[in-house]
Design a protein. Structure first.
Length: 276
């Protein structure tokens, strides 16, 4: 594929990297035409390895024969736009991380049943809107054995550029989809649900019955208000992380990492004593 030198922000084909908003990239009216942006060579490689379809590359000149050389070779049939570092920063509105962006096709949405098939541990992200937190939760999910991620529609899009970058590509490694039904719908798929919340009837996260559940959905709430009361009421368990020094809560990304590790499916359980 020829390298296309751009000298103007109005060059045909580059609007996907700068002019279009995240909402326009998602293309809710025609999801099959949706696009997302992967940033940095490492993240792009993870996406390609996971089977995502590249559509176009935007690359600083110096990276064409450097950090992006193998990516350009793998994406031989797509346009590769290049220009000065200053022009590309003006186009995108930020300095490119390691000098490379890739526009990629959004995958077709999957059903909850499909995503959860065979899963033992899933996380439900309810109303988390911060892109950094979404990316961090996905990274912890991939690292700590979560089999699938479900998000309510009022949560941030996992394929938001910043969320993808913070996840270091982990969003491509864990199956995910949107949860449109009530939390109780997961019971029909064989899951017990554990809402992470501070209530009078909450159980400690190290309670033996939690780790021994064959299929568990861990429900994480918003950065500020936590989980809605109806979601907490709908859950099979309400779970708290014990805190020291009078601290009342953790950031949702930090709390998710603790929960994923403590509630992992392969955690050893002493069946005789009931202790972990």
């Amino acid at each position: 594929m020829p390298i296309i030198e751009i000298t103007s922000l109005a060059h045909p084909g580059v609007e996907v990297f700068g002019t279009l908003t995240e909402a326009q990239l998602r293309n809710r009216l025609e999801p099959d035409k949706g696009v997302f942006i992967a940033e940095s060579p490492k993240v792009i490689r993870v996406a390609l390895d996971a089977g995502y379809e590249p559509l176009a590359l935007l690359c600083e000149r110096k990276h064409i024969d450097g950090d992006a050389a193998d990516i350009i070779s793998r994406c031989a049939d797509i346009p590769v736009y290049t220009g000065s570092r200053e022009l590309l920063a003006e186009l995108t509105g930020y300095v490119l991380t390691r000098g490379v962006l890739c526009a990629m096709r959004r995958p077709q949405p999957k059903s909850v049943a499909n995503v959860c098939r065979g899963a033992r541990r899933v996380v439900v992200i309810n109303g988390v809107v911060d892109t950094t937190n979404i990316g961090a939760i996905f990274r912890s999910a991939a690292a700590l054995g979560i089999d699938a991620v479900l998000l309510t529609r009022n949560s941030c899009d996992p394929l938001n550029r910043r969320a993808v970058r913070v996840s270091m590509g982990s969003v491509f490694l864990v199956p995910w989809t949107w949860l449109d039904g009530p939390l109780s719908s997961l019971n029909d798929l064989g899951f017990r649900t554990a809402a992470m919340a501070l209530t009078d009837n909450s159980v400690s996260i190290d309670a033996p019955q939690l780790a021994s559940e064959p299929r568990l959905a861990i429900v994480m709430g918003t950065e500020g208000d936590g989980l809605p009361h109806d979601v907490i009421a709908d859950a099979d368990y309400v779970v708290r992380i014990p805190m020291a020094h009078g601290v009342d809560s953790l950031n949702v990304a930090a709390a998710s990492a603790v929960a994923f590790w403590e509630l992992r499916a392969d955690k050893p359980v002493d069946r005789a004593s009931g202790l972990l």
